[in-house]
Design a protein around this ligand. Sequence first.
Ligand code: ATP
Ligand code: MG
Length: 472
Amino acid sequence: MNLSFAIYKKIFRIISFSSQKIKQDSYVIGGYVRDFLLGKMESEDLDILTIGEGIKLAKEVSKYIKPYPKIKIFKRFGTAMLIYEKQKIEFVGSRKESYHFSSRKPLIKLGSLQDDQNRRDFTINALAISLNRYNYGELIDPFGGIYDLKKKILKTPLDSNITYSDDPLRMMRAIRFATQLQFTIEEYSFKSIQKNKYRINIVSIERIIEEFNKILLSNKPSIGLLLLYKSGLLSIILPELTLLKGIEEKNGYKHKDNFYHTLQVVDNISKRKKNSLWLRWAALLHDIGKVYTKKFLPKIGWSFHSHEFVGSKMVSNIFQRLRLPKGFPMKYVKKIIQYSYKPIALIENNISDSAIRRLLFDLGEDLEDLIKLCIADITTNNIEKKSKYKKNIYLLMERIKKLEKKDRIKNWKSPISGNDIMKVFHIDPCKKIGIIKNFIKNSILEGKISNEFHSAYILMLQKGEELGLKKK
Ligand code: ATP
Ligand code: MG
């Protein structure tokens, strides 16, 4: 391998020199090698494997870097990390692992390069490039990783039944890499995942979700979601989704398969790289309420009335179970799902300006994301219907824009504050202030008065009088 193309060729030379000094062979291994061979110049982190002590090598390397870098030492794992030109570099000593059935955390012994490659998850992640003077740049590929990279195959170095059972997180990693790299999981390997699916229960939910989120953040999450489904892992991790699967037909009325529909919506929303993880979560969960609201109405067909409210209510439990963050992300996902049907309902009912103002008021800055979800939600194959739905949403967007420009509702702040009311009527804090403020807010949203101080002031005096208050 010609490492002179690598961005970090300078640091490779430093590591090479340092390894020689402390008499420990070293190799670049893992994701960096894989990505380098795939032609990706950048990688999240750079893993350096040394036949000996990782911490000792990191300390030696740091002597030759200016300014002297801080080294983070993980004594328990015998590893060290330093940052060189914004790149995280991890130093790990070679290991041989043995597992206990109840834990994915192995017993570790010092091992050879071969031992260390054996414990890696996939052949394409076990590739190592030598940094030793005597064979600098040589690619060490004991399991045909290069062949698998070319064929776009994910395969475990040893028997996959054992590899997945030892550390079941690898099942999630297999599906994550298959999604990110758009690789195929080798058949035997996939069968082992199906066989070992319940082993996932010994993995902490945080680690599972870390991989799951990487799947969601990929360009085409449906690849991973479908693999999760087919492996049986999805019904363990997120049964709310698999319950959406299936089509029912009655008296000639058929509803769509809401599971496949959801996958399509998630893919649509993921076409834009910038769309956030939480918008993707909202897309993923936007129809989960359909399982509990499905009804057959004679002569009308299938109805999922209020599924968005039911779905939104289910979010708290899911977030709690999956240990997803409860603050902003959960509230945001709940809100987007709760309102996910609103724009469509508005379009169907000849939208009024006041309904749009309410939507602007309720959603604020999140309205843009809600509209994105509504567009992604159009998955019909009927071209006429598709263009009609899209046109309707674009018309709605136009009206939203115009109204927002005129009335500035998005980040609405009452033109009259509670303090203003107390001063004008010479009163202490009380219920009446809330009543007046609410009255002003509703009048603005309904378009009865414009969103400015003067009109609001007059309304305050009127309402105040009604409530028995007098201007002092
Ligand atoms: P990326 O950083 O892009 O997610 P990566 O392959 O570098 O991909 P890391 O989690 O950084 O993944 O791990 C670095 C290397 O460590 C992997 O390439 C693999 O060789 C090994 N590895 C990581 N996790 C496991 C695991 N659970 N079982 C076996 N080997 C693993
Ligand atoms: Mg990595």
